[in-house]
Design a protein around this ligand. Sequence first.
Ligand code: DOR
Ligand code: ZN
Ligand code: ZN
Length: 435
Amino acid sequence: MRSINIVNGKVWISSKFADAGISISNGMIQKIAKEYRLPDADVKFDARGKMVFPGFIDVHTHLRDAEYSYKEDFASGTSAAVAGGFTTVLDMPNTSPPITSVKALRNRIQTAKGRIYCDVGFYGTTNNPSIATELAEAGCIAFKAYLHKAIDSIIFDSEKIENLMVAAKKTRRLVCFHAEDPALINKNTRTAEEHLQAHPAKAEVSAIEQVIKIASKTQGKVHICHLSTREGLKLINEVRKLGTNISCEATPHHMLLNSAIIDELGGMAVVEPPLRPPADSAAILEGVSAGLIPIIATDHAPHALKEKGNQNPRPGFPQLETLAGLLFTLVNQERISVKRAIAAITENPASRFNLSRIGAMKEGFKANITILDPKKSWKIDSGTFYTKAKYSPFEGRSVRGKVFATIVGGELVYENGEIISKPKGDIVYGSEVRS
Ligand code: DOR
Ligand code: ZN
Ligand code: ZN
């Protein structure tokens, strides 16, 4: 593997920019120092005018593959990831077949090997405590509980949630929730407008209340995915102050879009939880900028274009290639500080999901690095996407700040619009979760 020196960039070290050089060899950050003090390298990467960050981490990605390869596969999904500056993504388990057993997890890992351009860790989903223990031993990163609908006939009542939390605690894993109360949503919707009515805010609030109650009882460690309501955020903050071990994440769409766009975009804008009224999206954006929502995640959920029409649209859309531009636009507009924005896609996910040796610019850490041009203005154009899902609810939006290059394990994988290396990403295995 060629050694690389990154020079002339503004390097993000300990939450500040520094004029420093980085020397990379054997897949690791070997030295961070003034450029004249770096050892010689095979390649000199000139990052003048660019920002150099620890590689971005997405804790919520649907890479699909297997029977859903027509929507996305490991190669296309992780190509989209590196084009969006992500060097690690955590893959959701609602695949077909779903990741509900060690056998399924091992198969999925085998299928991913040699086909991924960035590092990938895997979730499992189960309501059975002994399977949870086995999944953890087999290396799943965390557990996902879909409260709103059964995945592979796995349903979660309060008792099942409690059992999973106890098993997760023993294996020191985080339990992540799609928080919508199935009793308060109507699943028989056909159009985009009906979908919105069918997923009211109170369904999210009720599910969060249920999770909080059980987490307080079990002292479990929990995470609320794609938070979308002001009320839900309020609840989470109240109990966190009282000692419940709870975190949450925001998606770009729940921060930046609201339900008004459904009239315009129809099925394209359908997602679960749905886009909410402006007061909710404003609260989510403020929550991120105030540091109350510590993690930003994409919920990259690709579907085939024909599945996104107005009749019975599948929920979700691609987001890996849009997040960095949208986020840096907020930074450029001074609506989020660069410190909060970067922490939300690097150090915060690394520490909450216990991902070792990534998420910070440190000697001895894995050389996962994202180089961004902060001044580059561009328009979101799904025609340029690497994901198979060539559409976006942000289509045509002008943004400022673009990923220029992505380095994974010391290898320059993406540069200036092109994927330039083979798929050499690593599987990320879960280890002990810090409490
Ligand atoms: O919008 C969504 N899409 N929400 C989910 O919970 C699932 C996801 C998907 O897998 O498509
Ligand atoms: Zn979800
Ligand atoms: Zn999801």
